[in-house]
Design a binder for this molecule. Structure first.
Ligand code: FE2
Length: 241
């Protein structure tokens, strides 16, 4: 295990979305990821109209509680907060009003996701609008999208439009299914992924899938790929390279 990893996509904070319900589980996830070599975690609670509408202030309060709970941990990680924006009106509003909760102020990177079964027709226009405002869109789990999945030409044109692709470790470990794993492999083979992330939602299952994903990347693409996708790539998205 190399360590020093950075996770830019996970559901770590309690009671905000479909991540952990209780603080104890948040602590277990943070400790589990520390044990796997993650030294920085950026919690990305969902933000989706009508479903997950917790405010950034609520998320900040949850982050502070987790921070306090981990205060005595010798190997506690640096914790940050961003959001995973579902592609809907809340994203558009936050984008147009300049109040997106970013992965990084310096790169203006923000994390978003499409519905699993479609790429909305207005996606390209919104991406262009975001780029013209200086934002760096980061697409969560492109390998899980039924339209994008293994279609390298579509993914390449998104990358050319300025979108960074953040693949889930669990997809490579067959957490979701063979289709997702195949699509994830194609994206990594083609060198289109900027980084990998855990997208961990629960201690049970999520940590094991993350560990298996790291192992699979090391086995199939080598330890340099692990370093690129879990250290260098995230650092680039944070503007720290
Ligand atoms: Fe997620």
């Amino acid at each position: 295990m190399l360590g020093d990893y950075i996770d830019l996509h996970l559901h770590l904070l309690p009671g905000l979305d479909d991540g952990p319900a209780e603080l104890e589980e948040s602590v277990a996830i943070a400790r589990g990821l520390a044990g796997l070599g993650f030294r920085r975690l950026v919690a990305t609670p969902h933000r989706a109209a009508g479903k997950f509408e917790a405010s950034d202030e609520e998320a900040e309060a949850a982050l502070a509680a987790l921070h306090a709970a981990l205060a005595d941990d010798a190997d506690r990680q640096a914790l940050g907060l961003a959001r995973e924006y579902f592609f809907d009106r809340l994203l558009l509003e936050d984008l147009m009003e300049g109040r997106l909760r970013l992965l990084s102020e310096s790169t203006r990177a923000f994390l978003f996701e499409f519905p699993m079964d479609a790429v909305p027709s207005e996606a390209r226009e919104v991406i262009f609008r975001a780029r013209s405002k200086g934002y760096r869109p980061v697409l969560a789990h492109p390998e899980r999208n039924l339209v994008l999945g293994g279609k390298l030409d579509l993914l390449r044109s998104m990358v050319d439009d300025g979108v960074a692709l953040l693949v889930n470790l669990g997809s490579l470990a067959k957490l979701y299914g063979r289709r997702e794993r195949r699509a994830g492999r194609k994206i990594l083979d083609a060198g289109l992924a900027t980084a990998l992330a855990s997208d961990c939602h629960a201690a049970m299952g999520g940590l094991a899938a993350t560990a298996d994903g790291i192992e699979e990347v090391e086995r199939r693409w080598g330890s340099e790929a692990v370093r690129q996708l879990l250290c260098e790539g995230p650092r680039r998205l944070l503007g720290e390279d």
